[in-house]
Design a protein around this ligand. Structure first.
Ligand code: SAM
Length: 237
């Protein structure tokens, strides 16, 4: 898979490209990331990529010309173009899976007060990584790339299959050595080696955590008979 990141801050990605999973993805030919400097598509000796907003108001707006020229320099038949914006659809694990199936993902990072709206028709979607405002789309791009890289075979699939959101539930609590930490014990069931009991305990704790913190996920779920029974047990505790 290829990912092209269009940004006015290419240096943000220097250490990110050397992070373990991204570097492993590149080494195994699972992923090819190119960072494109939008500024190099701005004409004039000052390479201005921003200007003041029509109608007045605070801040500067990224000009459409350099952004669309940068986009056209990487666009191919199989590209899927994503523009980061707080007003976009919210990013989810399901989207990460969708993106991991793409041949070519183009991620456009805004800055200042955002990008001239006339860039939108050149994009397949606007994407937000949450209800807060970042200074630029670079952190959003890293969040998307990091979550996609995990699904490309850079880590063992058993590691991702049971993670939060993968099956519509949050992950159960995990423990490692030592067995006792400042008076807190590892739950006894995890020490016994009974795989069926461990599976059931983990499912129950997953349901408990999800019901407590994300009841919307429980409401949206087709609960199995076992899950209904475990939720009843939790209510009665
Ligand atoms: N004025 C814009 C607004 O009110 O929606 C915010 C612009 S923000 C300061 C600059 C850029 O950061 C945006 O164009 C976008 O690319 C990126 N950005 C900020 N928050 C984001 C979020 N929650 N998700 C994705 N991208 C975000």
């Amino acid at each position: 898979m290829k990912i092209s990141v269009l940004t006015m801050c290419p240096e943000f990605f220097d250490s990110f490209l050397n992070s373990v999973l991204v570097a492993r993805g590149a080494k195994r030919d699972l992923l090819n990331i190119e960072i494109v400097d939008i500024r190099s598509f701005a004409g004039g000796s000052f390479r201005h990529i921003d200007d003041s907003p029509y109608g007045g108001g605070a801040g500067m707006i990224m000009r459409a010309g350099p952004v669309v020229s940068a986009l056209e320099s990487v666009l191919s038949e199989n590209s899927h173009t994503v523009l980061f914006a707080p007003a976009g659809n919210t990013y989810t694990q399901q989207k990460a899976h969708e993106y991991s199936e793409k041949d070519h993902l183009i991620l456009i990072c805004g800055h200042y007060e955002g990008i001239d709206a006339r860039v939108y028709p050149y994009c397949d979607e606007l994407l937000s990584i949450g209800d807060y405002v970042l200074s630029g789309g670079e952190i959003a791009a890293m969040a998307v790339i990091d979550s996609v890289v995990r699904l490309l075979g850079t880590i063992r699939s058993e590691s991702t299959e049971e993670e939060s959101f993968e099956n519509g539930l949050l992950e159960y609590p995990q423990y490692t050595k030592p067995r006792t930490f400042r008076g807190q014990e590892v739950p006894e069931v995890l020490l016994g080696g009974n795989h069926e009991k461990i599976r059931r305990w983990r499912l129950k704790e997953s349901l408990r955590k999800t019901a407590e913190t994300r009841p919307d996920l429980i409401a949206a779920r087709q609960l199995s008979k076992e899950e209904k029974q475990l939720l009843e047990e939790i209510k009665e505790e």
